[in-house]
Design a protein around this ligand. Structure first.
Ligand code: SAM
Length: 217
């Protein structure tokens, strides 16, 4: 069981996305899996994972993690995440909640976001909430697809203004997520960009990934 009371509310209902995402993520490129692993490397203690999907990260947590609280507001995805949690090498508890609705009266050692900050309506607001779950020095680990420049950027803006968010669980492709992380008050400590063409992507709309570590000042 988790330490500290956890209060959860809110769900999202994305039946089409809940059907396609498991297929897509189960066919993702090895290069993306390696980035997921890198995003979790060296974590210790209690971790909050936001928007866990079907729990793709769970078997990649290092043994040094004592407990993962994973929030996932889409009930069909949360059910699959619970199944993944049961097979994870570290204790994982999946809670049906949005990042906006999640409350917990104890702090975490780290917060993990992967491919999720594109899907929330108010990323700076969510990031500020997430910061409140960390002690000073606590880390945000992120692996996010981000806005591309030039022609790919124009394609992303077109996708975002048309059917992409409605079809794909409110995903926005042209988000300058690292600027938003800094705007929310995090200090970015390390970051780099990777150009991936995962099998599940509709090239080249979500091929630029940012992987990084930021801390609560
Ligand atoms: C593209 S999937 C990524 C899933 C997982 N993080 C991964 O890396 O495989 C985005 C996830 O964010 C979840 N999500 C959407 N809106 C959210 C919100 N407001 N709070 C928390 N999670 C949310 C979706 O239900 C979905 O599972």
């Amino acid at each position: 069981m988790t330490r500290g009371a956890v209060y959860a509310a809110q769900r999202v209902d994305h039946p089409f996305f809940a059907r396609v995402w498991p297929v897509a993520v189960n066919h993702e490129a090895l290069s993306v899996r390696r980035l997921r692993e890198e995003n979790l490397a060296g974590l210790t203690g209690r971790v909050l994972e936001v928007g866990a999907g079907i729990g793709t990260n769970f078997d990649l947590y290092p043994d040094s993690v004592e407990q993962v609280i994973a929030i996932e507001p889409e009930p069909r995805l949360a059910a699959r995440a619970r199944a993944a949690a049961a097979a994870a090498p570290v204790p994982v508890q999946v809670i049906g909640a949005t990042a906006e609705g999640f409350r917990c009266d104890e702090l975490f050692d780290a917060v993990v976001c992967s491919l999720v900050l594109c899907s929330v309506d108010d990323p700076v607001g969510v990031l500020s909430d997430l910061m409140s779950f960390l002690p000073p020095g606590g880390q945000l680990r992120y692996l996010e697809h981000v806005a591309s420049p030039g022609a790919r950027g124009r394609l992303q803006r077109f996708a975002d203004a048309t059917v992409w968010p409605a079809l794909l669980g409110n995903c926005h492709t042209h988000r300058d997520t690292e600027r938003l992380i800094a705007e929310a008050g995090f200090e970015v400590q390390a970051t780099r960009r990777e150009r991936t063409l995962p099998l599940w992507s509709i090239r080249p709309v979500v091929s630029d990934l940012a992987i990084g570590r930021a801390r609560r000042p």
